[in-house]
Design a binder for this molecule. Structure first.
Ligand code: EPS
Length: 361
């Protein structure tokens, strides 16, 4: 299974091509639309989210509501294109933390606009479109991928223990259901309110916020991925996929960094039967799924476009100035979690097809 995306933030639209999906997977346009809107919405997203409605067209690979085995192509419209048409806003002063500066150095640009247009997280809408088909394939195998936000800035959710979140499938579904009701996708509705307040505070100050989210793949079968070669390891594939989401600076599997502080006798998940008592490994041992819930956590940095801009330079003269500022999001952690679900689903669907193969499902 592989996919490609094309498109710029304020261009005509996005194109996603997903290749390698077997035939016979049910596709419902309403469900795809709802996945796209889960990503687009959320407290802290900018005004752009209200302009876009992620109108899409599936132009190949689906017939009579089922995949055909041919490459699936989805075209997503950028409604905002009409507002940008004929206008051109250069970016001469790169935003610290953004792709602007290294992108301008890389391509020899004095104007970082072409960099910013493609580096924009608008592209993640195309990933969610591909992720929808991966989720539908996983659904046939009884696997579900869910996510929730655990912190935004310094506001931390009060949740069931980490041990329980990593281990218990019912808890995972419960947290997911609550997160779906929260505008910041956080299952602790009291913390959600505080998160909204801190987002308001950031907005008023012309500042931005990041946060941490968790993703769980429930009912994933054992044996996905492999130990036999570095690039077949499932944890490596998952972390690459999640790290590739704009703004992500850290990915942990299971207990993550904390496991390094434990004695071996406390870190491992004892084998006493088919299921383990704990899931510190996040469902992956030796680069393979072990039949426990696959569990990961990712950290997103604050968005680099600040309305109260940081110092920068003018790329034409290298003289000191303030960074470029334009309409942007204040916080997009909830959206990143939805994108991460899609990336995890794409990796797991790929690994599942390696195991089970087949042209039709
Ligand atoms: C983005 C900046 C904002 C976001 C955009 C990603 O857009 P604009 O610059 O047009 O206000 O809203 O995200 C989306 C449009 C989207 O669909 O996620 C950026 O620079 O990354």
């Amino acid at each position: 299974l592989r996919f490609l995306t094309a498109g710029e933030s304020h261009g005509k639209g996005l194109v996603a091509i997903l290749e390698g999906m077997p035939a016979g997977i049910d596709v419902y346009e309403k469900e795809l639309l709802s996945e796209l809107s889960r990503r687009r919405k959320g407290y802290g997203r900018g005004k752009r989210a209200n302009i876009e409605d992620d109108e899409f067209e599936i132009i190949s690979g689906v017939s009579n509501g089922k995949t055909t085995g041919a490459p699936i192509a989805v075209v997503l419209k950028n409604k905002d294109y009409e507002n940008w048409k004929g206008k051109y806003v250069p970016i001469f002063s790169p935003r610290p933390g953004h792709a602007d500066y290294p992108g301008a150095l890389k391509y020899g640009f004095k104007d970082a606009r072409p960099v910013a247009e493609r580096a924009s997280a608008r592209e993640t809408a195309a990933r969610v479109a591909c992720g929808y088909f991966a989720k539908k394939l996983l659904e046939k195998a009884g696997v579900r991928v869910v996510s929730w936000v655990i912190s935004i800035g310094e506001i931390f959710a009060n949740l069931p223990s980490e041990e329980e979140r990593m281990k218990d499938e019912k808890t995972a579904f419960y947290l997911f259901e609550l997160a779906e009701k929260s505008e910041v996708r956080c299952p602790d509705l009291t913390a959600s309110q505080k998160m909204k307040e801190i987002i308001d505070e950031a907005r008023e100050k012309g500042d931005t916020l990041g946060g941490v989210f968790e993703v769980a793949a429930v009912n994933a079968p054992a044996g996905l991925g492999s130990f036999v070669h570095w690039d077949r390891r499932l944890d490596a594939r998952l972390s690459t996929a999640v790290m590739s989401i704009p703004g992500i600076k850290g990915v942990e599997i299971g207990l993550g960094f904390k496991v390094a502080n434990l004695f071996g006798s406390k870190a491992q998940d004892i084998i006493g039967g088919e299921k383990r008592l704990t899931n510190n490994a996040g469902g992956i041992e030796g680069g393979m799924s072990n039949g426990e819930m696959i569990f990961l956590r990712a950290a997103m940095k604050p968005i680099p476009t600040l309305q109260n801009p940081l110092p920068s330079v003018d790329l034409r003269t290298m003289e000191k100035t303030l960074a470029h500022a334009e309409r942007s999001d204040v916080c997009a952690v909830g959206s990143a979690a939805v994108v991460a679900e899609s990336m995890v689903a794409l990796v797991l669907a790929d690994a599942l097809l390696e195991e089970r193969g087949g042209s039709r499902w």
